[in-house]
Design a protein around this ligand. Structure first.
Ligand code: ATP
Ligand code: MG
Length: 774
């Protein structure tokens, strides 16, 4: 009966059998954290806990499906079906849908994906006549996202002078206004973006004690996988829900925390122990995934990080082959090497494609890999990058579906109001948008009320708008009696979307038609799956699934074994027998964007730890001496991470070169970026004010005015004593302009703390910083 318990070692079993109370498992990669979580759920159910009362939060929806499947094997599928499992976003989207009215949202609210959000921000920036180089939509969105994930509402923002000052210093004083407008517009459109799903859940639980009590009572057992990557907003939701029964089990690995840039907060692990003083802590130390060479190599790398919790990882597995290191002349050759190596491994060891993964730091690196795999006729699948649902033709069809479910969905409306072309021009749309803003209505409502508003739109155009609105309303009526597939099919036919694509006649046009067909098939599959599972198969649920689909969710019908290509971030929690980590070069991995502070570099190192620990049998590390980046051929230098692995675990396929190390920051040059509160002294404040005034007017001084303090020649150069003083406005070739706010140290150790206009606060060693005083 309990045979699954026999598949656990002693500490794992102890963790599974610990039924009640708060517990935390912080353990290294491949030590069975996810397995423990899975089996714990099975055990809880065997102990009589109703699956209805168990909530399990995973990193991807695919991970949740797999978990459910495994639990089903133990306790029966019909029972497992009732478990609440999924990502934070998908679980709480479902809850928000049934509670939406309390927050003033319609239950059919739309979920804006990041493309919708960027488009909306772009519109707002344009409407506010702001400089789009200074207000880059993606950057603004990520700033807004960071507010939301820290539960900083618009009002809280305007009450927080530090935040406003930071945006002012970054010469973006209007961030708060954009934030406000963005939130208002989303609300008016009946739309939530990804971060709202968490923020609004927090709002719901905080404002409605009865709702909180209901879900606390429902989720009597809560389990969270990959806890190290939860952000503050997620942390608060879990804490609120678990508050009554305190049956909360979190598992994670601080060494695999790789989402700090998206607000993940390692502090959550430390808080956990504070929040639940009687927490039981479990340690898992045995790795079952990888050969001992891989485990030990990974240990030797992560040991270089200063910030980490103390824990051991060992394995009883065989030592396995050395980790192979390959240097190639170019990224093209790197691709060919990987493809050839996969080909040879398949031949020599009788393997299939799905036993291989190629992991990289940035999506752009996939191209060279793809070219080479295609030439060798090796089937592969790319995860990440542009997803199926983001393609234009798919997004257009989805927009029609979104609009008929929620006609206030502004981003959907703007996409399709004149697509396929029906003679509604941009000027008309602008007039509608202005009226919509003015009357605080949606564009769709404005169209329905055209007779009462003076829009200065001619009657011919008005008729076209009415026809469009009528069409959407007809779809709405049809959707009351038709299923999701029939509605989508009707939309394709009535809008003549496919006809428009066919007209084009090019191969791209044909493949777009096929994609639309594929989406329709997808809706059919969705209905079958949901009905089989006894779940809601309606169109709104389909749209929700699509909006929250992770890349692993769209490939379930494909049975062909394929090599997996993905970024390391996406590979978290996964495992493959053979793993190729490509692009092991300085400035690529670690990334040039993440080498300025120790904590950034440590995050890169954790990323490398994640990558290496995905491999079960064999890992390959490759780097190219030259690479096309940003359309230019650049020279590469091997990643510091290669040197950080103890040589005894490595085999250099190509001889190791003696590497010049002249221009490299090493760890010792980096400084912790924990923000220290700095008090400005009077004269500095004056300087700073001038700086700000200058920024808000003519942002940057003209090039000709720049004074070059000096050129640095060698690492020993120490040219700055006395030359940079507090209050100087300086320019750094990567971070741009900033103000020196403090100096410390002497001679070669002299450092300046600089508040950069866009890059934030940095502490730099002057002898390396190459500053120009302006
Ligand atoms: P990660 O940190 O990468 O998320 P993890 O700690 O969640 O890893 P799992 O994925 O649960 O680790 O386990 C790693 C591998 O080891 C899996 O293939 C799992 O099935 C296997 N495994 C775990 N525990 C045992 C065990 N006691 N006996 C045999 N195999 C095990
Ligand atoms: Mg795991």
């Amino acid at each position: 009966m309990n045979t699954y318990l026999e598949q656990l070692n002693e500490p794992q079993k102890a963790a599974v059998l610990q039924k009640d109370g708060p517990m935390i498992i912080i353990a290294g990669a491949g030590s069975g954290k996810t397995r423990v979580l899975t089996y714990r759920i099975a055990y809880l159910m065997q102990q009589g806990v109703d699956p209805f009362n168990i909530l399990s939060l995973t990193f991807t929806n695919k991970a949740a499906r797999e978990m459910k499947d495994r639990i089903g094997k133990v306790v029966g599928y019909s029972e497992a079906k009732n478990l609440w499992m999924g990502t934070f976003h998908s679980v709480f989207a479902r809850i928000l849908r049934s509670e939406a009215d309390k927050l003033g949202y319609p239950s059919n609210f739309t979920i804006y994906d990041s493309q919708d959000s960027v488009r909306l921000i772009t519109t707002i920036i344009k409407e506010m006549n702001l400089d789009k180089d200074r207000y880059k939509p993606k950057q603004i969105l990520s700033r807004i996202s960071s507010f939301k994930n820290s539960l900083i509402t618009v009002r809280a923002y305007f009450n927080n002078s530090d935040l406003q000052e930071a945006d002012l210093m970054a010469s973006r004083p209007k961030v708060g206004d954009i934030y406000k407008e963005y939130v208002d517009r989303c609300f008016k459109s009946g739309a939530m973006d990804f971060d709202d799903l968490l923020l609004r859940t927090n709002e719901l639980l905080a404002r409605f004690p009865d709702v909180l009590a209901r879900y606390q009572d429902r989720f009597r057992y809560i389990l969270v996988d990959e806890y190290q990557d939860t952000n503050h907003s997620q942390y608060l939701i879990v804490r609120a829900l678990a508050d009554r029964f305190q049956n909360i089990c979190v598992v994670g690995d601080d060494s695999q925390s790789i989402y700090a840039f998206r607000g993940a907060n390692i502090q959550n692990i430390l808080n956990f122990q504070k929040d639940y003083p009687d927490v039981k802590t479990f340690k898992l130390e045995q790795n079952y995934r990888s050969t001992s060479n891989i485990v030990n190599a990974a240990n030797s790398v992560i040991a270089k990080n200063k910030t980490r919790l103390d824990k051991e990882v060992w394995t009883a597995n065989e030592s396995g082959g050395y980790i192979k290191v390959m240097r190639t002349i170019s990224d093209g050759e790197e691709g060919r090497f990987v493809a050839q190596s996969i080909f040879d491994n398949k031949m020599n060891n009788q393997l299939t494609n799905n036993e291989f993964a190629i992991l990289y730091r940035t999506n752009a690196q996939s191209r060279a890999m793809e070219d080479a795999l295609r030439k060798k006729d090796i089937k592969y699948k790319i995860y990440g990058g542009i997803s199926f649902y983001q393609r234009k033709e798919i997004k257009d069809l989805l927009s029609y579906l979104r609009l008929l479910i929620n006609p206030n969905d502004e981003e959907a409306l703007k996409r399709v109001i004149n697509y396929p072309a029906r003679g509604i021009g941009q000027t008309t749309i602008d007039k509608l948008a202005i009226a919509a803003n003015h009357y605080k209505k949606s564009i769709f409502e404005v169209i329905l009320n055209m007779s009462t508003i003076d829009l200065k739109i001619n009657s011919g155009t008005k008729t076209k708008l009415e026809n469009f609105a009528n069409m959407i309303q007809r779809f709405q009526i049809e959707s009351q009696t038709k299923n999701a597939f029939e509605v989508a099919d009707l939309v394709v036919k009535k809008t003549q979307l496919v006809k428009d694509l066919q007209k084009d006649g090019t191969p791209e046009g044909i493949s777009k038609v096929e994609n639309v067909q594929e989406l329709l098939n997808g809706i059919k599959d969705f209905i079958t799956d949901k009905i089989e599972a006894g779940e809601d198969a309606s169109l709104p649920i389909f749209l929700e699934d699509v909006a929250l689909a992770t890349d692993f969710d769209s490939d379930k019908k494909d049975e062909t074994p394929r090599v997996s290509l993905m970024t390391i971030h996406l590979a978290k929690g996964l495992e493959f027998p053979y793993v190729y980590i490509v692009g092991m070069e300085e400035n690529l991995f670690p990334s040039a964007m993440s080498m300025n502070t120790r904590s950034e570099l440590e995050e890169e190192r954790r990323l490398f730890y994640v990558a290496l620990t995905r491999a079960e049998k064999q890992a390959y590390l490759t780097y190219a001496q030259t690479r096309y980046r940003w359309g230019k051929l650049t020279d590469g230098e091997p990643s510091r991470f290669l040197e950080e692995i103890d040589d005894k675990f490595l085999e250099y396929i190509t001889p190791k070169l003696p590497e010049p190390r002249a221009n490299r920051f090493i760890d010792a040059d980096l400084f912790d970026d924990a923000p220290k509160k700095i008090r400005f002294q009077k004269p500095i404040q004056k300087k700073r004010k001038e700086f700000l005034d200058k920024k808000s007017g003519d942002l940057l001084p003209k090039k000709g005015k720049m004074k070059k303090v000096s050129e640095l020649s060698g690492a020993k150069a120490n040219l700055f004593d006395g030359e940079v003083t507090v209050g100087n406005i300086v320019e750094h070739n990567r971070f741009g302009k900033g103000e020196v706010i403090a100096l410390e140290g002497k001679g070669p150790n002299k450092k300046a703390e600089i508040q950069f206009a866009t890059a934030g606060k940095k502490k730099l060693l002057l002898q390396f910083a190459k500053l120009k005083v302006i």
